[in-house]
Design a protein around this ligand. Structure first.
Ligand code: ASP
Length: 348
């Protein structure tokens, strides 16, 4: 395959996070550096034969402060600059990167260009930083095109530690090491070694390259997450499942989708379903899928009206619910779409 990128133009969007921080010589605290100096910090960017423009978000945020309104700003920015660039690289803190990548994957419809999130565990100004390699690989991937001039990765992804993951399959799995991300249920879409090796069987390609980008900016955030654990009380379960402010609840269950089989628990679940709440079963395990037909405890949930999340990750289920619920008030429609693979987020 012939990988071309000589005519590409990339928009580098800096939102904050460790990658863009430098130690303040006065108090040694990590603070964001002026991103217009990015070429000074990463001169490698100047060696590409294509244009890399930079856009800085204001204010810069630690990604722990990410909110849905930030995703809307990001989606609008990409939409407004879509025709001017061949790909987008988003520098983002690692803590919520998987949430943001999943959200963008559902908010951007008709995507035919790469949107690659990256960041780092060590600030770019530190000698052993992983930020430079992550950034340069992300830019190269965002610019890669095939012999027809089509992007090789027209998806929302996370590029980290030489691997490219589908955004809505990813999770931050390591707080200390450079390999911070995993996509446990699907292999990486690419690996950066001496060359970048793309797995084109896994990458999703559009049926129509000219369909045009549209964005979903109406997000309904009335979602809660209920993590089942030994000792959880009826009061806690009731508060979360029956709360007036929740339209949907992600129930993080054990193993292949099992929860407490006691009557009190199933009664509350049934009550929530009768209130027309959307209950999605997602496994707490780091890999694997929900199958509510295996154990009696799972069967009870299914019979009560809980829907399966298959192998969706919690980050992705949350983002998918926000977008689908923002599109429609019809909870039956949302439930049926939750069980469909929309952006490569589940394997059925
Ligand atoms: N707290 C930082 C953030 O998520 C951590 C990082 O960037 O890795 O913004």
């Amino acid at each position: 395959m012939n990988v071309m990128n000589s005519k590409a133009a990339i928009l580098l969007i800096y939102t904050g996070g460790t990658i863009g921080m430098k130690e303040d010589p006065e108090d040694q605290a990590l603070k964001p550096f002026d991103f217009s100096q990015i070429l000074e910090e990463v001169p490698e960017l100047g060696k590409f034969a294509f244009k890399v423009d930079a856009y800085t978000f204001s204010p810069l945020i630690d990604s722990s402060d990410v909110e849905p309104a930030f995703w809307v700003d990001l989606a609008r920015l990409i939409h407004s600059r879509y025709d001017d660039y061949d790909g987008f690289v988003i520098l983002h803190g690692t803590d919520t990167m998987a949430f943001s990548a999943a959200a963008l994957s559902f908010m951007l419809d008709g995507l035919t260009k790469p949107v690659i999130f990256t960041g780092s565990q060590l600030p770019i100004g530190r000698p052993r930083t992983d930020g430079k390699e992550n950034l340069v690989s992300a830019v190269e991937i965002a610019s890669a095109k095939d012999e027809n001039g089509h992007s090789i990765v027209p998806e929302v992804c996370i590029c980290f530690d030489s691997l490219l993951f589908r955004g809505n399959r990813s999770t931050k799995a390591d707080a200390e090491n450079f390999n911070a991300f995993r996509s446990p249920d699907i292999a990486p879409l690419a690996e950066a070694g001496i060359s970048i090796r793309y797995d084109r069987r896994l990458i999703r390609y559009p049926e129509d390259w000219n369909v045009g980008l549209t964005i979903n900016t109406n997000l309904d955030t009335r979602v809660s997450i209920l993590k089942i654990h030994p000792g959880i009380t009826p009061q806690v379960v009731r508060n979360i499942l029956l709360g007036a402010e929740t339209r949907a609840v992600i129930i993080e269950t054990y193993g292949s989708g099992n929860a407490i089989s006691r009557d009190w628990f199933i009664d509350i679940v049934r009550q929530a379903v009768s209130m027309n709440k959307i209950l999605v079963n997602v496994t707490q395990c780091l890999a694997g899928r929900v199958n509510m037909d295996i154990y009696a405890t799972g069967k009870k949930l299914k019979e009560s009206g809980v829907i399966t999340g298959y192998d969706i990750r919690t980050e992705s289920a949350l983002a998918k619910l926000f977008v689908l619920m923002g599109k429609s008030q019809d909870n039956d429609w949302v439930k049926s779409m939750m069980e469909q693979d929309l952006k490569g987020e589940i394997s059925r």
